[in-house]
Design a protein around this ligand. Structure first.
Ligand code: CO
Ligand code: ZN
Length: 329
């Protein structure tokens, strides 16, 4: 089970370049779904048929990354960020391009460490000059963190737990479903990190009765952290609000009541900033009652995103219970 999470996490697929991760997910879920489409924005929309409520579950499969913008004469690559990369998280880290070329992110010596910008940085791929560099990568090529997947007790630390841990939970949930009382659309969405773009189109085409986003959320449990009532290891976080949505009260109640009934460890989540696919789903068409199940995660958008496997199990149980619930009416 860790092997799958590891594979998902280490796959390099920044926003707009999701093919490798989509192929991997499709291979995993193929035998557990009735049919699927890959829509014009690259979303993988997997369908598991059932007579009841039409539920859209969305886990984004893209990740934050870097894109080559210019190559200096001496072979160093300038880049822009894709999604919310904090420059401080990049200093001297290793990155890997989608074609396998590895680099180190360096910083100009004159740069003010307190006000780091990606414009002050470059990627060193070991090239001797521009021509050499351009024989290895092209302008527009994308890279992600090059890091190890590691266990720390019951916790996992790796790149792209945002949001591959959610892809993992969605995949495991699909495997868990025996009979299917609801009409389920599991969306592995694209371009979340650049503004919930994939989920927007997917929500329009699925036209669900209820939307549930699966994503990581911050925690308030590290030294001097901002006050937040989410703690690593305290269970599935049931979203009440984030920067993109005020969750539908009925959906919050459904999630809470099922968690309580099934004895699944849960905690309420009020996230002050940052959005999720729920933000795009709930304003689709005439509006869709939506909410979220979130995985508590430390060091979000760094190469060392850290989650608790107990929480992953709790989230999987909760999602499985919700999508197989026999709703009245
Ligand atoms: Co993110
Ligand atoms: Zn995310």
């Amino acid at each position: 089970m860790m092997e799958l999470l590891k594979k998902l996490s280490l796959c390099i697929a920044p926003s707009g370049h999701e093919k490798p991760i989509r192929d991997l997910i499709l291979e995993e879920i193929g035998e557990y779904i009735d049919d699927y489409v890959i829509d014009p924005l690259g979303n993988l929309i997997a369908h598991k048929k059932g007579p009841g409520k039409k539920i859209m579950v969305s886990a984004h499969m893209d990740e934050i990354g870097l894109m080559a913008t210019f190559v200096e004469e001496n072979g160093f690559i300038r880049f822009c960020s894709i999604g919310g990369i904090r420059p401080a998280n990049l200093v001297n880290t290793k990155v890997i391009f989608q074609n396998g070329i590895i680099g180190v992110v360096g910083v100009e010596e004159k740069a003010d460490p307190a006000k780091l910008k990606v414009e002050d940085m470059f990627i060193d791929i070991g090239a001797s000059d521009r021509e050499d560099a351009l024989s290895l990568i092209e302008i527009g090529d994308v890279a992600g963190y090059y890091t190890k997947f590691a266990l720390m007790g019951g916790r996992v630390t790796s790149k792209s737990m945002d949001d591959r841990v959610a892809c993992y939970i969605a995949i495991e949930t699909l495997k868990n479903i025996k009979d299917c009382p609801n009409d389920l659309y599991f969306v592995f969405s694209t371009q979340e990190e650049v503004g919930l773009r994939g989920a927007k189109g997917a929500a329009f085409s699925v036209d669900p009765d209820m939307g549930i986003a699966l994503d990581v959320t911050k925690t308030g449990d590290t030294p001097e952290a901002n006050k937040m009532a989410v703690k690593l290891g305290n269970g599935a976080a049931i979203k009440i609000k984030d920067g993109s949505i005020l969750c539908h009260r009925d959906v919050v109640d459904i999630l809470k009541n099922i968690a309580i009934r099934e004895n699944i460890k849960w905690q309420p989540e009020v996230l002050l900033s940052g959005g999720t696919d729920a933000g795009a789903i709930h304003v689709s068409r005439a509006g869709v009652p939506s909410g979220g199940i979130s995985i508590p995660c430390r060091y979000i958008h760094s190469p060392s995103e850290t989650v608790s496997m107990d929480d992953v199990v709790a989230c999987t149980k909760l999602l499985t219970a919700v999508v197989t619930e026999r709703f009245s009416s």
